[in-house]
Design a protein around this ligand. Structure first.
Ligand code: GLU
Length: 298
């Protein structure tokens, strides 16, 4: 079913690229933000809780990506936009904080735990896979979406058909330091063939110039890069992992984690989760995903 969903993403992505090309307009609205969710008024939270502190401060410091179309892409106004940003806006609104009071910090894959530990952000929403290693340093609310690792190649590439074809093709692969895909891919290739950058847009540039043959990360991140490639790239569409996206917060803040999980549940019921999807990833993949069951807050 997920494969069918992704095939559809790829098909719609191709159609959108064609449409954009036909208009001679390579700029896309993939970073545009949705309608702001309504901000809770007169709310009060247990004294001393993170919710109370944030509500009183009337600001939320968000760590997110700045170069990932559909999830977090910095726009001309200087602010990132995408599904991750919309999820953060939903949480901010429930805290009684308007979207324009969110302060954005770029959080590339390798520094996400660090920016939380150093209290440089209140939360990280950044295509952030929940896993045990990361849970040693931070707490995850969610998941709010489940992606899967895939491969992206140039549109005319016919030799790369999935992770098992990489070794035979002696393919040069690009990913991002500190990401789960950069670890997962190691069992499919010679380590000398793996290039790691700090952000995925640099991998896309390396694919464009032919310095690498493949970019690997989550399918939906690749879909965003494909959208912006003007037809140059395609998804191999052979998902080989599960990547549940969580919201990273300070380790042990169980009350805040439970508040976020409750907020996500309400967002699914009141339509704001769907609105967040529709205004971002939904532009290339209209089917709204079900909100995954929440994990344990610890
Ligand atoms: N979801 C994966 C991760 O958290 C890959 C995406 C990313 O690097 O942001 O590592």
């Amino acid at each position: 079913m997920r494969l069918a969903h992704l095939t559809r993403i790829a098909a719609v992505a191709a159609a959108v690229v064609l449409a954009a090309t036909a208009c001679g307009d390579q700029s896309s609205s993939l970073g545009s933000s949705g309608a702001a969710p309504s901000v809770a008024e007169g709310v009060s939270f247990p004294a001393g809780s993170t919710m109370d502190t944030l509500n009183k401060a009337q600001t939320l410091r968000l760590g997110t990506k700045f170069d990932q179309p559909l999830f977090g892409l910095k726009g001309l106004d200087g602010n990132p936009a995408g599904f991750d940003v919309e999820i953060a806006k939903i949480i901010a609104a429930k805290l009684g904080i308007p979207a324009d009071k969110i302060v954005y910090t770029e959080a590339p894959s390798a520094v996400r735990e660090e920016v939380i530990e150093q209290n440089r952000v209140d939360m990280v929403v950044a295509t952030y896979t929940i896993n045990d290693k990361r849970k040693e340093r931070i707490t995850f609310a969610g998941p709010y979406y489940v992606a899967g690792q895939d491969l992206m190649v140039k549109s005319d590439n016919t030799t790369i058909t999935g992770p098992d074809s990489l070794r035979g093709a002696n393919a040069k692969v690009c990913s991002v330091a500190g990401s789960t895909p950069s670890e997962n891919i190691k069992k499919y290739i010679d380590p000398a063939n793996l290039t790691l950058f700090d952000v995925y847009s640099k991998c896309a540039d390396a694919l464009r110039t032919g310095q690498v043959d493949v970019v690997t990360t989550d399918n939906v991140i690749l879909t965003g890069l494909i959208e912006n490639s003007g037809g140059a790239f395609k998804l191999v569409n052979k998902k080989f992992t599960e990547e549940p996206y969580g919201i990273g917060i300070k380790k042990g803040d169980v009350a805040f984690c439970e508040f976020i999980d409750q907020t996500l549940k309400e967002a699914e019921t009141d339509g704001s989760y769907k609105a967040a999807w529709d205004s971002t990833v939904g532009k290339v993949s209209p089917e709204v995903p079900p909100l995954p069951a929440a994990g344990t807050c610890s």
